[in-house]
Design a protein around this ligand. Structure first.
Ligand SMILES: *Cc1c(COP(=O)(O)O)cnc(C)c1O
Length: 370
C-alpha cells in the first residue's frame, strides 16, 4: 500500500503504474550539487550575451533551428539533413523511441543505465528489455545482440554509461552493429562524448562515416560538456529519413531561440569550453585514482561522474554524503553516482569516501581486491 491518491481519470495502466515524479533534493546554498552531472563552471559571458540578444520573446522560434543544424553539419562534415535538434537529447530519444516502437515491440538497453530508457519505452507502449551490465559495470554487447529478435525495434547504447562510467570500445561497437539487423534502429547515446579520453572508445561520428551503418543515430547534447543544461538543447546525427520520423514524433517548436543562439555561441567558444572539459576530465581521473587508493572498487570513469557500487548500503551512504553538504544521486540497492564538480567538492568527496570504505564489510562490492 502507498499513500498516493487514486488518479481521478482513466489513465493507461502502464502509465498509472509508473512511480509519481519525485523532485530531487535541492542543494542548500552551501552544498555542492553533484547529483545531475552538470557543468560546475559559470556560463561564458559571450554565451550569456547571445541569449540576452536572441530574438523577441513574443515570436516563435525557427522550427528546425536551421542555423544550428547547419553549424553542426559543418562541424561534423555531414549534410544538414543529417542533423536534428531537440530540446535536450532526451527529447530526441523520446521521439526516436515513439517513432520506432509501440505495443508488442521491444526496446533493448543495458541495465543499469540511464533512468530515462525504461520510462521512454513504457511511454511508447513498448516493452523495455534490460540486459545486465557485464564485469566492470560495462555494456555486455554480446548479450545485447543476443537479445535482439523480430520484435526488437530499437537498441540504445549509452557510452560512457550513465551512471556507471565505462565506455564501449570502437571494436565492440563495430562487432555489435554487424550483428544487429539493418532495419533495427541503434541509438548511440553519447551525452558525455566530450569527456572521453580513452583512445579505444567508440566515436559516433566515425561510425556514421562507415557506409553501411544507416541504422545508427548518434545523440549528443549541449547540457553536459557545454554547460547549457538549463536551456535544453541537444542533437542527433543520422540518416535524414530516420530524423524525419523523429521530427514527426516531436512536439513542434520546442527548441527556443535562446537555446539555439546559446548553442551557436558555445560552438564559437568551443576551444575555451573544451579546455574546461579537460580540466574536469583530469579532476575525474585524479578522483578515481585516489578512490582506488583508498580501497574502493570504482569502475572506469569516462564521463564527468564516478560510480560507487554500494548495494544495500546505498541509501545510508547517500545520507552521509548529504550530511557533509554533498548532494549525490543514489540508486537504491545499487550504488551512488557522484558528479565531478567544483574543485573544492573533490576533497570533501574523498573525505567521506575514506571513512565510508572502512565501514564496508570484507568482500563488499564497493571494495577493491587490494
Ligand atoms: C544527461 C544525459 C542526456 C541528455 O540530457 P539532455 O539534457 O536532455 O540533453 C542523455 N543521455 C544521457 C545518458 C544523459 O546522462
Amino acid at each position: 500500500m502507498t499513500d498516493v491518491p487514486e488518479i481521478p481519470v482513466r489513465v493507461r495502466p502502464e502509465i498509472a503504474a509508473l512511480p509519481p515524479y519525485k523532485q530531487g533534493k535541492q542543494a542548500g546554498s552551501d552544498a555542492f550539487k553533484l547529483s545531475s552531472n552538470e557543468n560546475p563552471f559559470d556560463p561564458l559571458p559571450g554565451v550569456l550575451e547571445a541569449v540576452r540578444s536572441a530574438s523577441a520573446l513574443n515570436r516563435y522560434p525557427d522550427a528546425t533551428a536551421a542555423r544550428l543544424r547547419e553549424r553542426l553539419a559543418a562541424r561534423f562534415g555531414v549534410p544538414s539533413e543529417q542533423v536534428h535538434i531537440g530540446a535536450g537529447s532526451v527529447s530526441i530519444l523520446a521521439q526516436l523511441v515513439l517513432a520506432t516502437s509501440g505495443p508488442g515491440d521491444e526496446v533493448i538497453f543495458a541495465w543499469r543505465s540511464f533512468e530515462a530508457y525504461p520510462w521512454l519505452a513504457v511511454l511508447a507502449g513498448a516493452t523495455p528489455v534490460m540486459v545486465p551490465l557485464a564485469e566492470g559495470a560495462r555494456h555486455d554487447l554480446q548479450a545485447m545482440a543476443d537479445a535482439v529478435n523480430d520484435r526488437t525495434r530499437a537498441v540504445i547504447v549509452c557510452t560512457p554509461n550513465n551512471p556507471t562510467g565505462p565506455i564501449v570500445t570502437q571494436a565492440e561497437f563495430d562487432a555489435f552493429v554487424e550483428r544487429v539487423p539493418s532495419d533495427v534502429l541503434v541509438i548511440l547515446d553519447e551525452a558525455y562524448a566530450e569527456f572521453v579520453t580513452d583512445p579505444t572508445s567508440v566515436d559516433g561520428i566515425r561510425v556514421l562515416g562507415n557506409a553501411g551503418h544507416q541504422n545508427v543515430v548518434v545523440l549528443r547534447t549541449f547540457s553536459k560538456a557545454y554547460g547549457l543544461a538549463g536551456l535544453r538543447v541537444g542533437y542527433a546525427i543520422g540518416h535524414p529519413r530516420i530524423l524525419d520520423a523523429a521530427r514527426s514524433a516531436s512536439i513542434p517548436l520546442s527548441v527556443t531561440a535562446q537555446a539555439e543562439v546559446a548553442a551557436l555561441a558555445s560552438l564559437d567558444a568551443e576551444a575555451e569550453l573544451l579546455e574546461r572539459v579537460s580540466v574536469i576530465a583530469r579532476r575525474r581521473d585524479a578522483l578515481v585514482a585516489a578512490l582506488r587508493d583508498l580501497g574502493w572498487a570504482i569502475p572506469d570513469a569516462q564521463g564527468n561522474f564516478v560510480w560507487f557500487p554500494l548495494g544495500e548500503e546505498t541509501l545510508a551512504v547517500a545520507e552521509r554524503f548529504e550530511r557533509a553538504g554533498l548532494i549525490v544521486r543514489p540508486f537504491a540497492g545499487d550504488g551512488i553516482r557522484v558528479s565531478v564538480g567544483e574543485e573544492e567538492s573533490v576533497e570533501k568527496v574523498l573525505g567521506i569516501a575514506a571513512s565510508v570504505v572502512q565501514d564496508l564489510p570484507e568482500g563488499h562490492v564497493g571494495r577493491g581486491l587490494a
